[in-house]
Structure formats: C-alpha cells, structure tokens
Design a protein around this ligand. Structure first.
Ligand SMILES: [Zn+2]
Length: 274
C-alpha cells in the first residue's frame, strides 16, 4: 500500500482591499472539489507598503489612494461575506500591518503587541482566532520565532536556520537537521517549511505543474505557497498562470494517495509531519 501524502495550499496577502472575485476566479475549482485553501490574511493592511525600490506592494492593486493609512479586515464586508459563504477557506494570520520585514524586528514587546493586535482585528472581522502564523516575506527574527511559537499552534515559513532559532530549540533543531526533516515540532508548536513558491509568476508556466508533481511525490507533507495578486498583474488575469493553478487542483484531487489538508488539521495532530 502506498503511504499517504499531504498537501497544504497557502495563499498569502489577502487583505481588506482584495477583490473577492479574484479569489473566486482562482479557487472555485478547489472549492468545488472540497480542497481546503489556507488564506494568509493581513489583519490591518498598511495601504502604503512599498518595496525597497519604491514600488507599492502588489497586494494593494485595488487601492485608490484615498484610503486611510491602515485598513482592518472588518472594513471589507463584501470580502468577509464571500469568505463566510465558502467554508473551504481557512484563515491564517499574516503579520499585523504587513510592514516591510515586519517580523524581522527584535523588540519582543512590540512583536507581541503586533501579534495580539492582528489577532484581535481578525476576530473583530468574524474570522475567529487563527491558530497558524505566517510572517510577511517569511522573515522571522529569533525573537519573533519565540513570540509566535508561544501564541500559535503552527508556524509556516520558508526555511529554518540556526541563527534564527531560540537557543532552547537547538537540540531539536540539530536532531531535525540530522534526520533531514522539512517539518518538525518543538513542544506544542508545529513548524513547517516550504520548498519556495512553486506557483509564482517568476517561474515559467510550462514547468510549474511538473515541479509541483515532483515535489509532492518526494515529500510526505508539502506546503504549496502562492499569492493571489500575482495572477492579476495590471488588472489583467494571467490566463496561462490561472490554468496551471486549476490544473493543480485537478491533479491534487485526482491522486488517490494525496490528501489536501489545512493547517488546522496540522494543529489538531491529523497530519504526520515526519
Ligand atoms: Zn505577504
């Protein structure tokens, strides 16, 4: 009997300015097949976030310029109604304001404040208290790793490096390195890495599905990361890229030994991490 493999789809950067029709265009085939989608939601987006080159962040594509400096999720009733109507979406906390490298900071008091403020904003919006944390840009300092592991059941990030791990974790870290485990656990915290954004507009569409197939075959648990706004650059749907995403849904649903799960399943111990 083939052993079961697990895939977790994580879509980052949903915020109060995300048009629900964009999410629906992307994820209708997943919802129809009962495949869960983990949305990493920015609780109170900063509407002026810029990258180092001065360009506005892509997830602000629907911004008009007349918005206040920050916009909590509760200000977006259309999006909330859409999420509420589709039980396939699972909400994760994606930082607080999504400032540039927001969780690279080291002031634990400020880190804890941002975590709590963000969690409160999601709860106010009726999205419940998230059990999974995703740092903006997948960047966590050693201090933020300690703070979020304390408050969440699951932390999803790109990779783990010793210099960013709390010292008390080093023995488990060494063990995990030795066993070459992509995912691991410290106390009650489930720590999941991902193999880079396989569904990215920076990769050739021709080879995307094959690399997803290869990775999900190789690993027992794969976190697939993507960003909804990358499919709609310049307000134009990227049909070829959307097609690959939809083929991914078809592939995942069609494999009898693949189960598509949520981070909540991981938090509940329903997914063997190693
Ligand atoms: Zn992000």
């Amino acid at each position: 009997m083939k052993s079961m493999r697990y895939v977790i789809l994580r879509d980052d950067d949903t915020n109060a300015l995300t048009p629900p029709e964009c999410l629906d265009r992307l994820y209708r085939p997943f919802l129809e097949r009962g495949l869960p989608i983990n949305l990493s939601v920015i609780p109170e987006v900063r509407t002026e976030v810029r990258m180092p080159d001065g360009r506005l962040e892509g997830f602000l594509m629907a911004r008009t310029g007349s918005e206040p400096a920050t916009l909590p999720m509760a200000e977006s009733p259309g999006l909330l109604a859409y999420l509420g109507a589709n039980a396939g979406y699972h909400v994760l906390q994606h930082g607080c304001y999504h400032d540039y490298f927001e969780f690279e900071r080291t002031d634990r008091r400020e880190l804890a404040r941002r975590v709590e403020h963000g969690a409160r904003r999601l709860q106010e919006a009726g999205l419940g208290r998230p059990r999974t944390f995703v740092a903006p840009y997948d960047r966590l300092s050693r201090d933020s790793m300690a703070v979020v592991a304390d408050k969440f059941d699951v932390v999803s990030t790109g990779w783990f490096e010793l210099g960013r791990m709390p010292c008390a974790w080093w023995p488990q870290y060494a063990m995990r390195k030795l066993r070459q485990q992509p995912h691991w656990q410290v106390g009650e915290s489930h720590l999941l890495s991902h193999p880079g954004c396989l569904l990215s507009y920076q990769r050739p569409v021709e080879t995307m599905l094959e690399s997803i197939r290869r990775t999900t075959r190789k690993q027992m648990v794969t976190v697939l990361v993507t960003h909804w706004w990358e499919y709609f650059i310049n307000d134009t749907p990227d049909e070829a890229f959307i097609k690959v995403l939809h083929q991914t849904a078809e592939y995942l649903a069609g494999e009898s030994d693949i189960r598509v799960v949520s981070f909540d399943d991981v938090a509940d111990g329903r997914v063997p991490l190693s």
